[in-house]
Design a protein around this ligand. Structure first.
Ligand code: AMP
Length: 209
């Protein structure tokens, strides 16, 4: 059974790789960003509370994220395992999952800041299936439309310049300390996230061997 965490700055390609790998391994892909965006779209009370934090590029309060994640995590863990993407994002969250489940591998995606900004500002997302494109490096077949379902692609509010810079600062301050935490625990493996999704996927596979 695989119990994997994907760690790394926004724009490193975690979501793209998590979607591929979870299919290959047959494990649940749990993305707190996707779960939160779904709550925002559904207009639930937690969604309404999360929205402002997300649009500004700040972290959503831990109790709110946990309320959305916890039940799904237990369910996924009890079955085929999981691939957690975008969680934990700070030390308090890392300690919280330890109470509930056991993680066996943490993959850290590494990409220079210049490329992170390039990827985030060019990203367009399908609001229906969440597939990510990039207007420069990974454009859809029909401009502005999702290859899978034809929906009109949108720019995430937090992929605008002001929010990008907040997200990168939040990553450095709150999330990056998790790297040494998991390295000390002997769980951390790093992945060079430059290049095409296929190239990165090959590195992910070899990091898991
Ligand atoms: P992501 O799709 O992973 O880039 O997440 C988008 C936004 O959702 C983040 O910028 C945060 O506002 C929020 N978010 C996602 N995961 C978490 C988390 N584990 N803790 C706090 N906020 C989160």
């Amino acid at each position: 059974m695989h119990r994997i965490v994907f760690l790394g700055p926004p724009g490193a390609g975690k979501g793209t790789q998590a979607a591929r790998l979870s299919k290959e391994l047959g494990v649940h892909h749990l993305s707190t960003g996707d779960l939160l965006r779904a709550a925002v779209a559904a207009g639930t009370p937690p969604g309404r509370e999360a929205r402002e934090h997300m649009n500004a590029g700040r972290l959503v309060p831990d109790d709110l994220v946990l309320a959305i994640l916890n039940e799904r995590l237990r369910h996924a863990d009890a079955r085929e395992g999981f691939l957690l993407e975008g969680f934990p994002r700070n030390l308090a969250q890392a300690r919280m999952i330890e109470k509930n489940v056991h993680v066996d591998t943490v993959l850290s995606f590494e990409l220079p800041e210049r490329l992170l900004i390039e990827r985030l500002s060019g990203r367009r997302t399908c609001p229906v299936c969440q597939t990510a494109y990039n207007i420069v490096t990974q454009s859809p077949k029909v401009p502005g439309r999702c290859d899978r379902d034809g929906a009109e692609l949108v720019q995430r509010p937090d992929d605008r310049p002001e929010a990008i810079s907040t997200r990168l600062t939040v990553y450095a301050d709150k999330t990056a300390p998790l790297l040494s935490y998991y390295r000390t625990a002997g769980l951390l493996r790093t992945v060079d996230a430059t290049g095409t999704p296929e190239e990165v996927a090959a590195r992910v596979r070899s990091a898991l061997r």
